[in-house]
Design a protein around this ligand. Sequence first.
Ligand code: TRP
Length: 325
Amino acid sequence: MTQQRMLSGIKPTGDMHIGNYFGALKQWVDMQDDYDTFIFIPDYHALISVQDKEKMERLIMDVAINLLAIGLDPEKVTLYKQSDVPCHTEACWIFNCLTTMPQLMRGHAFKDNEAKNKDVSVGLFDYPVLQAADIVLYDAQLVPVGEDQRQHIEMTREIVRKFNNTFGDTFIEPQAVIKEEVGTIIGSDGQKMSKSYGNTLPVFASETETEKYIKSVPMDSKDISEVKNPDEYPLYSIAKLFCNEAQDTELRAMFEQGGVGYGDIKKHVTSLINDYLRPMRARRTELENDLDLVKNILKKGAEKASNIANAKMKEVREKVGFEIK
Ligand code: TRP
């Protein structure tokens, strides 16, 4: 049986944190064995906010390194950057002509920026259309993403229907794959983990930084002997992400049985987290010292992705009437 194709991307902006990792990226690593997997770095999208050559270059390499360090295997995954396949923007233009302003005015990113009275670039406004092109040029069936991307995938489906109705069956409607059970990932202050709240734990933080982060998580003034419900503590909601079943049972017992001080629970949690992340952190250091390897992986990925996307684009050009015979 041929494998289903899954495709996803992560914007190259800043440190990858454990909210990104458990919210979406880990799914990609888990799925790569069973799906024909395409992962790309949306650098055209990044240009909306990153307008500095050095910063862009660094961010692209950083994301590539991070993705490989968390366990994406270039033997199984086609890893590439969006700008190496320029027909994404060509498809975007064609979709622009089929998409209305009111459709895009419903977009979260647009509405948030409007509400804050920020200048909205045409690029930001058009973000969902480029994202649709990213997905459909590859006939991807599945798009594993975080909850925040649900609307974008829905817009992709609308664009596919519009194109297919206008020019004949060409694209398939992709499905979002959103891991419900992960839920919202909580940061050190009990709010959703997000860069904008400054409460994130970067995957590639040092062990000492991880220790400091865990120390900063607020507890309460309950006595050491009291019985506690782990589900009421941000500390537990962070820690459980890193636990297998046995580790989870052990950790819950530390709260539920009383007798273990918060300092000791925090030490325990810190080592759970550091043990989990240590191999990824080590791999990241190796890759940083072998940038040619990373560049080569991106180049190979771009070749494979281009073959597929260019063939699809040819079909699109033909369908809209650009290929006169
Ligand atoms: N919008 C996604 C994000 O903010 C990145 C992205 C761009 C993407 N194009 C995509 C994700 C296509 C999945 C499929 O992280």
